[in-house]
Structure formats: structure tokens, C-alpha cells
Design a protein around this ligand. Structure first.
Ligand code: SF4
Length: 220
């Protein structure tokens, strides 16, 4: 599988989940290389580039070396490498908690739909700069919804974002709004806007704990 390269090394690290419904939980992070979108505010542009090619046995050994019973597979867009993820998960303990971060443009394979414990699906809105026909795929979002293990995280900048979110008709109790931020200053500025939107539309506010803790440092 192709792993994002950070400081010449494959990006596999131990940290706290910074976003979503399991924010604060310890996990091993595996960042896969390659993305099918190009968000204007992407904070992991290096993941768009070809990364390090490692066999799944090597990746599994590195993941298990941390002794943590949870993994977060992120990117880039990890589902571009769905077959490799399936092979990796077959090498990890069956009771390991598996989360996948995805932009919601590629439906999960049946094997992944059955194995992944939590899908963190983050469709990208107009301010991401992507073509909406590429970034918003209602049928794919329905496939994630059908797993009954998906949360839908939206990066928001203003009230103007809400109509596009509402149009997707996703369950509000599974919807999380997050400030658009790549550093603490942006997070502090964007949190109040996101909080107002959450109050107005009765959905959950999501913070970005890794930015609170480590600002814009990568690989943590
Ligand atoms: S989907 Fe994620 S990794 Fe891909 S460009 Fe957007 S923010 Fe970056």
C-alpha cells in the first residue's frame, strides 16, 4: 500500500483522535497517499503526492508496535486503496477498533462496510474549490449511511454552507460541523461561526483537538 511520506518517512504515528465522535481517543494513525479531490484549504497537500510503498505485513507490524487497540486510516482519500486496506485489516486483530476518514466520494467495498467500526465521512462543500459534481455524491453518502456506522463531518465557513448540507437529508444526530482551520488562530476565529450554525440547525459542534494541542504541526 502507498503511505503518505512525511519527512521522508511513511506517516504512521500514535496520537489522539482530533475530530469527530471519538475525539480524544488514543489511536494509531495511518495516512495513505493520493486524493481524488483538491481542496483549497487542504492541510495535508503532501498526501496528494506518491508516497512510500510498503507491503501490508510491514504496515501491520508498525501499527501493532504501538500496542494500541485502535487505528484511524486517513489520507488523502484512503478508499482509493480499498483492496490494500482490506488486506491490512485481515492482518490486524479482529477486535481492533477501526475508523476510516473519507471524503465520501467512493463507496465502501462490502468487506470494508462489514469490518470498519466507524466511518468519518467528510463531504466537501463549495468553499473547498472542488467541482460539486465530483465532491458531493449522494449515492455514495447513502452507501455510508446504510452501514449505520457513519458520521458526517462538514467543514463550515458561514451560514451559506447550510443549504447544501440540508439538501443531503442526512440524519442531524449523525451530523457534525467543524470550523475551517489549519492552525489555532483560524480555529479560534472559526469556532464561534460553527457554534452558531450548530445552535441554529440543531447539530453537533466538532472541534479540532489536534490543532488545539499541537497547532499546525504534522505527524502528531
Ligand atoms: S479530501 Fe481531504 S486530503 Fe483530499 S484534498 Fe480535500 S482535505 Fe485534502
Amino acid at each position: 500500500m502507498n503511505i503518505a511520506r512525511l519527512n521522508s518517512e511513511p506517516e504512521i504515528f500514535y496520537s489522539l483522535q482530533g475530530e469527530g465522535a471519538r475525539s480524544g481517543c488514543p489511536a494509531v494513525f495511518l495516512r495513505l497517499a493520493g486524493c481524488n479531490l483538491h481542496c483549497s484549504w487542504c492541510d495535508t497537500r503532501y498526501s496528494w503526492l506518491p508516497g512510500c510503498e510498503l507491503c501490508e505485513h510491514d504496515v501491520a507490524a508498525r501499527v501493532l508496535s504501538y500496542g494500541c487497540p485502535a487505528i484511524v486510516i486517513t489520507g488523502g482519500e484512503p478508499l482509493l486503496q480499498a483492496a490494500a486496506i482490506e488486506r491490512l485489516l485481515s492482518l490486524l486483530p479482529a477486535d481492533m477498533h477501526v475508523e476510516v476518514e473519507t471524503n465520501g466520494t467512493i463507496a465502501p467495498t462490502p468487506a470494508l462496510a462489514a469490518r470498519v467500526d466507524q466511518w468519518n465521512v467528510s463531504p466537501k462543500l463549495a468553499h473547498s474549490g472542488n467541482d460539486s459534481t465530483q465532491a458531493i455524491c449522494p449515492q455514495v453518502l447513502d452507501a455510508f449511511l446504510a452501514t449505520q456506522r457513519a458520521w458526517f463531518k462538514f467543514v463550515v465557513q458561514s451560514e451559506n454552507d447550510w443549504p447544501a448540507i440540508e439538501a443531503l437529508k442526512l440524519p442531524r444526530e449523525r451530523t457534525i460541523l467543524m470550523p475551517c482551520a489549519t492552525n489555532r488562530a483560524e480555529l479560534d476565529a472559526g469556532r464561534a461561526i460553527a457554534a452558531e450554525l450548530c445552535l441554529r440547525h440543531r447539530v453537533r459542534l466538532g472541534d479540532r483537538l489536534h490543532i488545539v494541542l499541537w497547532n499546525d504541526k504534522k505527524g502528531v
